[in-house]
Design a protein. Structure first.
Lengths: 263, 220
């Protein structure tokens, strides 16, 4: 299995997800066929990831392209769970759209360098740290989709759903951050160095923490909360890959591409 | 003005810690949700500034940054005295130990070769006994392995240093940072980083408590 085969799996998964998204609009409550199609798409995507893992002989968690695979995978799972739990008909469509974006990027830029796991990444902390983070990203994406809904359709009652997604997302995000801190002490000598990725992780963390705290205050404006969620999601994107495009942030110790300071 | 953390070396940092705890205990009003939000927003603001700082400028060691963190500590202390919370306590402990502990933390780089080392004075002897690179079938590096010999007046120990596997000796932690074939004299060497962080176990405890709190939230 190589990235050359990805297009077949991607097309199949996206077709299944699109069918599922469309089916969600018919009938009352959650639609059986929608769920079946959606799960099918998830399985197809998962099969590609699994096969790639076996052929690389290391977890596909190193390159940006590989992390995007997991993101599409976990995002669709989170989207399905959100649909099952809150039953909004358009959740599957939005989740499919997000998965499509990251899949398209992967089709255009598969990133086949760095085939093996370099010494710096040979650690028991590697898989838990990255996967827990990616899972939190998926939950926060669901919250972001709901916040967009709230902004576009003010009558939508989405705040309590956003609360629940943020609480779960923040638990995963915090665990990911702390696993990173423990690993950093083993690898770099310090729990926290305020490098660009860590700094933006802190900004993201604080924004979601602020959301949950301000929800307990007497704030009348729903729009304030939706915008806070949108800001937090933007900050998350900056910390995840935005820093790779900021010229002053390319020295980050988290940068594992060749000719960087990452060890 | 850049703060040199060592100005606050023990017992100054411990005294500052007691002041933080005392103020948090007495200032009941700081435990309100409004104050918590303000304190978090202040830390967010300085983190945002840090996010746009060019490489090299030590903004995290300037007064605005440190004051924002210390203020959050005061507010958290006040909140904890009113209502115990595992999450707040874990964060408090990690921040408390991290911020105050920086005053007693030291690090630097060492160049180590078969006859000894240079770079900083250490209370023990250290030399490189061997260096190997394990490779993948394709020739790419898989692991860097440095055999080092550490000795003081009473004993000599041999340890292996890898990336992600630091070594401890006499309160110092040693990390494998880089290596080279020779410095023009044919002698292979390693660059090690050493750290001394007496407060690290407290920071780790805070981290573990925060993780416990995050895991606990899944079982509500």
């Amino acid at each position: 299995m190589t990235w050359a085969h990805f297009i077949w799996f991607a097309v199949l998964a996206l077709a299944a997800w699109s069918a599922g998204s469309a089916a969600a609009f018919s009938g009352k409550g959650t639609n059986r066929m929608a769920i079946v199609f959606y799960v099918g798409g998830i399985i197809v995507y998962g099969l590609f990831i699994g096969a790639l893992w076996i052929s690389l002989e290391r977890p596909p968690l190193v390159t940006m392209g590989e992390t995007r695979l997991w993101y599409s995978f976990f995002l669709s799972i989170a989207g399905l769970i959100t649909y099952l739990r809150w039953k909004y008909k358009w959740i599957l469509s939005f989740a499919t759209l997000l998965a499509l974006v990251f899949t398209l990027i992967n089709l255009l830029r598969p990133e086949i360098h760095n085939q093996v796991l370099m010494p710096a990444l040979r650690s028991i902390w590697f898989i838990p740290h990255v996967t827990v983070y990616i899972f939190s990203y998926a939950l926060f994406a669901s919250a972001f989709l709901l916040a967009l809904t709230g902004l576009i359709k003010p009558s939508a009652d989405v705040l309590s759903a956003i609360d629940n997604l943020c609480k779960a997302g923040l638990s995963f995000f915090t665990i990911g951050m702390l696993l990173g801190a423990i690993w950093a002490k083993q690898a770099w000598g310090d729990f926290w160095s305020w490098d660009p990725k860590e700094t933006w992780a802190a900004v993201t963390w604080l924004l979601y923490v602020l959301y949950l705290h301000t929800r307990k205050m007497n704030v009348k404006s729903k729009k304030f909360f939706y915008l806070l969620i949108v800001s937090a999601f933007i900050s998350l994107q900056i910390g995840w890959y935005g820093i790779n495009y900021l010229p002053w942030a390319s020295h980050s110790i988290h940068n594992y591409s060749p000719n960087s300071s990452g060890k | 003005m850049i703060i040199n953390p060592h100005w606050f070396a023990f017992p100054v940092n411990a005294l500052a810690g007691l002041v933080i705890i005392f103020v948090g205990w007495r200032a009941k009003k700081l435990s309100s949700i409004t104050h918590i939000v303000i304190a978090l927003a202040l830390v967010l603001a300085v983190c945002l500034v840090q996010g746009f700082m060019p490489a090299g400028y030590p903004f995290t060691r300037t007064w605005p940054f440190v004051v924002a963190l210390v203020w959050l500590l005061v507010v958290l202390t006040s909140a904890l005295f009113r209502k115990p919370s595992l999450t707040y306590f874990g964060l408090w402990l990690a921040l408390f130990a991290g911020v105050l502990g920086a005053a007693d933390s030291y690090n630097g780089q060492l160049l180590v070769h078969k006859d000894g080392f240079s770079g900083a004075p250490l209370p023990f002897e250290l030399r490189l006994t061997e260096f190997t690179v394990d490779t993948y079938p394709g020739g790419e590096p898989m692991d860097y392995r440095a055999g080092i010999e550490l000795s003081d007046k009473n004993r000599t120990v041999n340890k292996t240093l890898l990336v992600n596997h630091p070594v401890s000796f006499k309160g110092y932690q040693l990390y494998l940072s880089d290596y080279g074939k020779d410095r023009g004299d044919g002698i292979p060497y390693c660059i090690l980083m050493y750290t001394r962080q007496p407060w690290r176990w407290l920071v780790l405890s805070g981290i573990l408590l925060m993780m416990a709190a995050a895991l606990k939230s899944f079982f509500k």
